[in-house]
Design a protein around this ligand. Sequence first.
Ligand code: SF4
Ligand SMILES: [Zn+2]
Length: 118
Amino acid sequence: MMPKSKAIIKFDEDDGDRPNFKGAPCTYMDPELFFPDEHGKPDARAELACALCKLRTDCLTYATKHNFDGYWGGTMKSDRKALTRKYERVKCPGCRSEDIMEDRNAGVCLACGLSWPI
Ligand code: SF4
Ligand SMILES: [Zn+2]
């Protein structure tokens, strides 16, 4: 018999660059919370989970690269699109700082250290 997992969200399909989500807060939560209407607001519980999650940078990078729907790394798809638009003044999705640096193919927040691909 398979051991029972407490995880609710499962990341079964590994496409090679998937971060190890083991122990991430979202894996113990209702997946619906992370897939709100794309034009709606993310659920406050999902916002809190991502704000406290140590995998945030990896998760944000992964979702941006794969153009996923849903709330990943504290961002909705529309936020991730804005973050990857060069020459646009963006705010860090982690701390809202405008102190952003472009480092080759990444945006890096100088205030909190969060990064994402651009
Ligand atoms: S940043 Fe949010 S969506 Fe990503 S692994 Fe952490 S809790 Fe889950
Ligand atoms: Zn920041």
